[in-house]
Design a protein around this ligand. Structure first.
Ligand SMILES: Nc1ncnc2c1ncn2[C@@H]1O[C@H](COP(=O)(O)OP(=O)(O)OP(=O)(O)O)[C@@H](O)[C@H]1O
Length: 857
């Protein structure tokens, strides 16, 4: 027990001594005034004003400090004594509680002191955090500087690459120059080597580009990753800053609260000290006032102890209150401690994170640096390799260039000779056009001269040939005349619309351009030629045809019996040639017109009388086309008293003196001509039409009379019966026509073979044409030919017929003349023909009349 008390006293002294050392200790001694102040007036919530007032009071107290200290010491002693007394006499447990409270207060004070230390530490922590941030910022700025350095290095490397690339381009250019040189020189091995170098160079360039792109892309990626990391870290830093600022705020708040708590503790300590002082004072007062009555001391003490008890009760209450407050403070301190711990943990975490980030950053940086270094090394290696290759290539190029130079040196003489040759050739080539033009001009001149010569020769030859031909013709004609051959002319009509279209209407007849007596007919790929006296092309006019026959026509005025026969198949143009069309008349009208004009011309020496008859032989009946009744059949009879001279009784004979007479007669005859339509020709004539002109003339000076006759015959169609498709009446017509035509053919055959008997009487036609077709007459056959392919057989028949007729020799013709008295009138001639307008006389040779053989006109 005694040990415990002594321990307590020692502790109390220690505490009191320790508190004395602190100027602002909460256990400073209160002034008397303070002590006197009622406890109820002292608020538990000590404001700062109160604190200031107390401090001022404290300052005042300090002035009295030595004295007070002495008093305190005394009071302490008294207090100790009092305690001892209490413990000894009363041994009250309340005092023990007070002491324990004091101890607790002391402990709390220690705790608060520790808390203060913690606060200091916290402050230091904050400083450390700020330092960390500073460091972090420094690291970041360092990284950025490093990044900038790296970028600078990259740019430098790129520049180096560009330089290398330029060098490569220069090498390529040199290689190209070399290749051009080689092309000029025309090397072969060098070209291969050059191609290899070029391909190698290209490959290197591509590799370099690939490396560049690879390097650039990797670096870019890394920089981007670093930037991303930096951004994240910056974000985290901002968050941490926010956290730290909030923590700082909290720490500040807590520090403020701590300061408040300290103040309160001081207040409570001061109050306690004041209370102690007051108690000491009271004790001293007691001691001073009650020293002689020690025996009553116990009683007084007991009396006073009541007060003391009350004071103690108050103190106890106050202690309880203070204890509560201390508990509260403790709680708050605990909380604060916990918070501080949490914050410390957080700070530690943050530090760890920051360390981690630092590590990561360092790692990334080192990795990046390593990668960069490796890339740098690779790039340098690649560049070095490329450079080496380029150098090697350059060396090779130089070598090849040397080779080329050598080649050039060796090739130079050859080149000189080649250049010389080339220049010579160039000159030749340059001069060549002029030379060529000159040569061409000369050749042209020579050629044109040769052509001209040839053409001249040809023309001459042609001329000679034509002359010869003409002569031959003349001779032939002469011969024909002398022989009395029947001339055969051929007229080919043009292709008409009636021929239709298609292969059947194609032209199969061709002509010889130099010989107008030759005609070619193509049949089934074969070409047959026919030689005739004259061939008229389709383009031949009526005039041309008439011109050819006109000499024969006029010969009738000389007393000849002349016959022109138009022969050919239906539609071959017989009527067209003989009669013609109103706008373009044929032989008949032209002949009459010619004879009229000829008579006129000869009228000085000759008197002529022209009379015309028109007959038709239809179905072997002779009809008078100018008669009043054309249906009457005429007969051919021998003129009585003549030598076989034939005549046609009752045949109408009309004199013609003008063209009007001719036109009227022809119109009448044409009208009365029996024409029928067949399926071959819409205007087919199914009869033989004859225009007989009798020309009686008398030479006024000599009295010689001539009687000439002109038979213009438009024969019926010569086509075969089967082809005409005729039947019945048409068949009979066709048969009659064929019979008469075959009779004509027979006559020609007989004449050709110079038979004794000529079968004139086999048909009306031949019988009527006996005189001109006899040896005394002249005959001309006008073969009408159709050029259409469908008529080729009939055309060939006609041409073959003409060929046969050509061979007929009638002999030299004879004029029919008679000598009459000079003063005799032509009309007084005994000739019945001349006397009568009715009936044509084909009399026998009268006495005194002479048939004079003469040359043809
Ligand atoms: N040279 C020609 N130029 C123009 N047309 C012609 C010629 N020859 C004949 N023709 C025409 O051919 C057609 C038949 O001619 P044309 O009547 O003269 O034949 P044809 O032989 O007399 O017949 P047919 O025996 O039936 O009387 C006519 O339309 C005629 O105009």
């Amino acid at each position: 027990m005694v040990g415990t008390l002594s321990q307590l006293l020692q502790d109390t002294h220690e505490v009191l001594d320790r508190e004395d050392l602190h100027e602002e200790s909460p256990f400073e001694k209160p002034t008397m005034q303070d002590m006197r102040a009622a406890p109820g007036q002292r608020s538990m919530k000590v404001t700062l004003q109160d604190l200031r007032a107390r401090r001022e009071a404290k300052d005042l107290q300090e002035k009295k400090q030595p004295q007070v200290k002495q008093e305190q010491q005394g009071f302490r002693d008294r207090f100790v004594n009092l305690h001892l007394l209490r413990q000894l006499k009363d041994s009250r447990p309340q005092q023990d509680g007070e002491i324990s409270e004091s101890r607790q207060l002391q402990k709390r004070l220690i705790y608060l002191q520790k808390n203060k230390d913690l606060h200091e530490q916290n402050k230091q922590g904050k400083g450390q955090v700020q330092e960390y941030y500073k460091d972090h910022n420094g690291v970041e700025s360092g990284l950025q500087i490093k990044l900038k350095e790296l970028q600078g290095k990259l740019e430098q490397k790129e520049k180096e690459h560009e330089e290398v690339y330029k060098k490569l381009q220069e090498v390529q250019r040199q290689v190209k120059e070399m290749s051009s040189l080689q092309i000029e020189v025309g090397g072969t091995d060098l070209e291969k080597h050059r191609d290899l170098l070029v391909s190698e160079n290209e490959r290197l360039r591509q590799e370099l580009q690939l490396l560049n792109s690879h390097l650039g892309s990797e670096k870019k990626l890394e920089v981007e990753a670093l930037k991303e990391r930096l951004a994240i870290m910056e974000q985290q830093e901002a968050e941490h800053k926010l956290l730290i600022s909030s923590l700082q705020r909290e720490v500040q708040q807590k520090a403020e609260r701590l300061a408040e708590a300290e103040l309160r503790l001081r207040d409570s300590a001061r109050e306690r000290v004041e209370e102690e002082e007051r108690l000491n004072r009271m004790l001293r007062e007691y001691q001073l006032s009650n020293q002689p009555q020690i025996k009553y001391m116990v009683k007084t003490v007991e009396v006073d102890s009541a007060k003391t008890k009350a004071a103690l009760g108050e103190l106890q209450n106050r202690n309880v209150y203070l204890e509560e407050r201390v508990d509260m403070q403790r709680d708050s301190l605990q909380k604060m401690q916990q918070q501080v711990q949490l914050e410390q943990q957080e700070v530690a975490k943050l530090r760890a994170q920051v360390k981690l980030y630092d590590l990561e950053l360092d790692k990334a940086q080192t990795q990046m640096v390593q990668e960069y270094e490796t890339l740098q090394v690779e790039k340098e290696q690649a560049v070095a390799e490329a450079f080496e290759r380029a150098q090697e290539e350059m060396r090779a190029v130089h070598q090849s260039l040397d080779g080329v130079r050598k080649n050039l040196l060796t090739l130079q003489p050859a080149l000189r000779t080649l250049t010389h040759d080339y220049n010579a050739l160039k000159r030749q080539v340059r001069d060549f056009p002029a030379l060529l033009n000159e040569a061409i001009g000369e050749a042209r001149i020579e050629f044109s001269q040769a052509v001209k010569h040839v053409s001249d020769t040809n023309a001459e030859l042609l001329h000679k040939y034509r002359k010869e031909l003409h002569l031959r013709k003349e001779c032939h004609n002469q011969l024909v005349r002398l022989r009395g051959n029947i001339r055969v002319l051929t007229r080919v009509r043009p292709i008409t619309t009636e021929d239709g279209v298609g292969p059947g209407a194609e032209n199969v007849v061709n002509f010889d351009p130099d010989d107008d007596g030759v005609l070619y007919v193509a049949q089934k790929g074969k070409e047959m030629s026919f030689e005739l006296d004259k061939v008229f092309k389709p383009s031949a006019t009526q005039e041309e045809v008439f011109r050819e026959v006109s000499p024969l026509i006029t010969s009738c005025l000389d007393g000849y019996s002349v016959c022109i026969l138009a022969y050919g198949q239906t539609g071959s143009g017989k009527t067209y040639s003989m009669e013609g069309i109103p706008s373009d008349p044929g032989i008949n009208q032209r002949a009459l017109h010619l004879l009229l004009s000829e008579v006129k011309e000869r009228s000085n020496s000759w008197e002529h009388e022209l009379s015309v008859s028109m007959v038709e032989i239809y179905n072997e009946t002779l009809r008078d086309l100018l008669g009043s009744d054309p249906s009457n059949s005429l007969e051919i009879k021998i003129l009585p008293g003549s030598v076989g001279e034939l005549y046609v009784p009752n045949l109408t004979q009309r004199q013609v003196q003008s063209m009007e007479d001719i036109n009227k007669i022809l119109e009448l005859g044409h009208k009365q001509r029996a024409t029928e339509h067949t399926n071959l020709n819409t205007h087919s004539s199914r009869s033989h039409a004859l225009l007989i002109l009798t020309a009686k003339g008398r030479e006024t000076s000599t009295g010689i009379c001539s009687t000439g006759k002109l038979y213009l015959v438009d024969l019926a169609g010569s086509e075969r019966v089967s082809r005409s498709g005729a039947a019945g009446e048409r068949l009979r017509e066709a048969q009659c026509i064929n019979r008469s035509l075959s009779a004509l053919g027979d006559v020609f055959s007989a004449l050709r073979s110079q038979q004794g008997h000529i079968p004139y009487r086999n048909s009306k036609l031949t019988y009527l044409l006996q005189e001109p077709l006899s040896r005394d007459g002249k005959a001309l056959l006008l073969l009408q030919v159709s050029p259409a392919e469908k008529n080729i057989n009939e055309s060939l028949c006609s041409l073959r017929f003409g060929d046969r007729v050509r061979a007929v020799e009638l002999g030299a013709p004879t004029r029919k003349i008679e000598q009459l008295p000079v003063n005799a009138e032509l009309a007084e001639s005994e000739s019945p023909v001349l006397r009568s307008t009715k009936g044509t006389s084909m009399r026998k040779k009268p006495q005194g009349s002479v048939r004079q053989r003469t040359s043809p006109p």
